[in-house]
Design a protein around this ligand. Sequence first.
Ligand SMILES: [Ca+2]
Ligand SMILES: [Ca+2]
Ligand SMILES: [Ca+2]
Length: 629
Amino acid sequence: MLFGRLGVVRVCLFGAVVISGLLAMHPALAATWNVNGASAVCSDAGPGDATTPFCTIGKGAAVAVAGDTVLVAPATYREQVTAPASGLSGMPITYRASAPGVIVLGTLDVSDPLGWTPTGTNAWSRPYNPPSSPSQVFRDGVRLAPAASATTTTTDSFYFDSVAKVLYVDIGGGNPGVGHAIEAGARQHGFRLDGRSEIVVDGFEIRAPNNVGVRMGTCSAITVRNCKVSYAGTFGMQALSCTTPVLIQGNDVSLSKSEGIRIDTSSGVTAQGNASHDNIEHGIGLRRTTQSQVLGNTLYANKDPNIMRSNGLDVDVTSTDNLVKGNTAYGNDDSGIQVYAGSARNVLVRNVSRDNGDHGFDVNGSTDVKLISNTAYGNASNGFNFENLAINGVLENNIAADNGNLRGLYNLRVGTTASTGLVADRNVYWKSVAGDQVSYNGTAYATLALFQATGNEPNGVEGDPRFRNAGAGDLHLAFGSSALDSADAGVAGFSLDDHDGLLPFDVPTVADTGAGIPPYADRGAYEYQDSPPEAALRLSSHSGRAPLDVTADASASSDDVGIVSYTFDFGDGTQMTQATPKASHTYTTAGRYFVVLTVRDGAGLTASDRKHLNVRSARGATESATRRR
Ligand SMILES: [Ca+2]
Ligand SMILES: [Ca+2]
Ligand SMILES: [Ca+2]
């Protein structure tokens, strides 16, 4: 960056506290503080410029004021970054990784064999007194189990005596440091942003803190994006008692001992486009949180090996009035998305929940929850489940397919205390094997028609949604789906843009039986989009003497909506575009030609096919030396 400006700012910074006021008037003076823990010449006593960077992120944090950037180069930083100051509106303090590989590590290396002493059991011990008592210890990157005492360790476990400050590690008898990398928890958090506002944290890799990867307590105006958090001792990220705006975006959070992302007692928090997976508890958890948004996250493989309790998304403990849109939850041990315990008036729209260990969508003890345009497929229990006084639910425009097949369960279950006020309409039900579609108010219904006799689902459909490739997790709709052009776009909570951000497409060959505007929106999380055509060309002849008559036949070409034009390029300068699939042409000159067919559908999507052709000289004529291609 601009060294001249940096120089000016540095002079100012070393000058006085009034700098933040000056910067507010002169935002162009914002400084960049360089940190490079891998540099041989780094110094926390130096200027923090590109030539002599700081060694620690903490030093950059200590000097940064509103508008500044702490730019951190790739290295491993064994520190907790505690933000000591807030930015100002429009002038945040930005912590940014300059490239991938900026690792904020929460552990200390205790691999040195001489540091360990044998005990009377298989455990070895060493004095250990880090800033934060270890909640976890790793052998060669693998978490050891916590033991209850120093004398009851088992193989691959640890115990920390927090009074005597002694760490015990049991790897089955040997010295833990011989042939192994042992890392023990030493710092509470990766980043701690408590009480701060106007902070941006961007691009860091945060590993194995004793507690939280990125901790945001009593915060506002915080953005945490593009970070990778793994092996947090509790939550990968935690927003506690935060107020709008807080943006948690584009992060990858995994292997937390608790939830990947926890949002607690907050409002106006947006979690968007994150991947949260392989955590021991939920991918994302909301508690006591309102007016927040969970958008477009991918939540998978969250699982506690000891008990089924881990959901992709858990909206829980009076978390009301939130928007849950466009998320994908799959392969979680418990339900994909659940709304629990007094979490009223949440709107779930355009989400996909598939192949989870319990329900696709589970609404329990929470009233007035709207489930609009979601897709539930292949979940072990019910696709959509309402129970325990989850009254006044709204279920419209959803697809429920092949849920509960192996457990004798249902695409939709509404328990006896949850049926009051239910509005269920315009959903698609499908089972590819025998089984009841619905359980409603204590009665099972084998078909949608039988369920419709209860007065529900006047516009429901029982039919194959024709997912593109359900076995591979692709639940986009294929042509001929039972979900096409039939959703109610006027229902409260409906989203015109689908799970992928695409708008409804009107399939001309499918009658528009939807309601609202437009009347051709589709049911489920995805809007069917026009597919490109397939071109297929046949020639009546591939060789012969000039003059050679050839008919090009494109009638085996196809399109989901219909081909509107066929273009034939015969390769000798003759080209024709027409609405019919056959064209004839006479070659008069010997040569080798390619005939190219291009078909175009009504949306302008094209596809091509080509065939080659050999025209020999006319009988008696000298073999032409002219050969084309
Ligand atoms: Ca449509
Ligand atoms: Ca249509
Ligand atoms: Ca098409």
